[in-house]
Design a binder for this molecule. Structure first.
Ligand SMILES: *Cc1c(COP(=O)(O)O)cnc(C)c1O
Length: 366
């Protein structure tokens, strides 16, 4: 008996990009963030589908990801968010034509040195921190570079960017503060950055009242995550996670189910066992709370999630629950945010955690 199947709808991912591009003001103003193997869904399949739909700019986190993407989409503009750490890494990026995002005076100096060793100025982007305190130039570093703009010379600047910390909480005051700080940065930038395109919005940022200028950088919304938590999800679901029933049994009070005997049958129950577990990325913390579907019937996960198996109370599914019947854990009705909520986490962690052991099927590709 095979394990679980993850079906990834490339057409839905492309449709989500189109919706986001429309919000951003057109395809030229909307990139795609494909770091962490396109949030676990497979950069090698996702990026070409988006490129074929007109997406020209991609973001990854690491040099290895950038070089891999360059080999797949040689014509795309590929930005590497973490920036180079060593001269060798900078050399590799420059040679491949990847655009590093420079996050510190040290990275800027390193990239200028790399550019000086070649015959042309090298493209790069700069990240200025406006309230995240994670990556990017601190306000003081930005001020000192602004006052000594020679230190920015010799680089072909592509983007001047910042990143929202709380865009998924629209009422958070940090959103306005970051927007105002970023506007101030754009307003007071030195001449060498005058024509550089700004970039501020992640998925949720695009849905804030004031959004942000320039190029949008959506990630999670491309993959079906809800960019407006608490409201109806404007994105299409992109994944279906399913497994087939391995075994069925009837139990009666006072029998228990699974490790730790955490579930006790309140009476006669039908229990189905499916070959999907935390080794596949369905977090152990998802039970109790997670739901699945057999046909149109919703059934609860019961007992603990184990490494390779899960158990469900399929009493209500009647004859639909048979060995070999399909159980869906993610589908058009159960989104990544629903499964995440059951596990006390976010859709990002669910997607990036989906394991390699399951069979992957791509549909809707170009
Ligand atoms: C990951 C990331 C994004 C994408 O964020 P989502 O919330 O997935 O849309 C955008 N910008 C930066 C700098 C990131 O690190």
């Amino acid at each position: 008996m095979a394990g679980a199947t993850l079906t990834i709808d490339l057409g839905a991912i492309v449709e989500n990009w189109r919706r986001l591009a429309e919000r951003a003001g057109g395809g030229k103003r909307c990139s795609a963030v494909v770091k962490a193997d396109a949030y676990g869904l497979g950069m090698a399949r996702v990026a070409p589908a988006l490129a074929a739909a007109g997406c020209e700019t991609f973001f990854v986190a690491h040099t290895e990801e950038a070089l891999a993407l360059k080999a797949i989409c040689p014509d795309a503009a590929i930005h590497m968010l973490n920036g180079p750490g060593t001269p060798e890494e900078a050399g590799d990026l420059a040679e491949a034509g990847v655009v590093p995002v420079l996050n510190s005076p040290g990275q800027i100096a390193l990239w200028r040195k790399t550019a000086m060793h070649s015959d042309r100025s090298r493209p790069a982007s700069v990240h200025v921190d406006t309230g995240m305190s994670r990556l990017g130039l601190s306000p003081r570093e930005w001020q000192s570079l602004r006052d000594d703009a020679d230190k920015l010379s010799g680089i072909d600047w592509r983007l001047i960017m910042s990143h929202y910390a709380c865009a998924d909480t629209p009422a958070h005051p940090l959103n306005d503060l970051q927007f105002r700080r970023f506007s101030e940065i754009l307003h007071t930038r030195p001449p060498i950055l005058k024509d550089t395109q700004p970039s501020l919005c992640n998925s949720a940022g695009l849905f804030l009242p004031h959004g942000g200028p320039g190029l949008a950088r959506p990630g999670i919304a491309l993959y079906g995550g809800n960019p407006v938590p608490g409201k109806a999800n404007p994105m299409r679901p992109t994944v279906r996670l399913s497994a087939r029933i391995l075994q069925l049994r009837e139990i009666d009070h006072p029998e228990t189910v699974g490790y730790g005997a955490t579930f006790q049958a309140p009476g006669k129950r039908r229990v189905a066992t499916v070959p999907l577990g935390y080794a596949d990325g369905v977090l152990r913390a998802a039970a109790p709370g997670a739901k699945a579907m057999i046909g149109e019937c919703t059934v609860p996960v019961i007992g603990r999630v184990s490494m390779d198996l899960m158990t469900l109370d399929v009493t209500d599914a009647g004859q639909g629950a048979q060995p070999g019947a399909e159980v869906a854990f993610l589908n058009a009705s159960i989104g990544i945010d629903d499964l995440a909520e059951a596990a006390g986490t976010i859709g990002y962690e669910i997607l990036t955690g989906l394991g390699d052991r399951m069979t992957r099927v791509y549909v809707g590709g170009p």
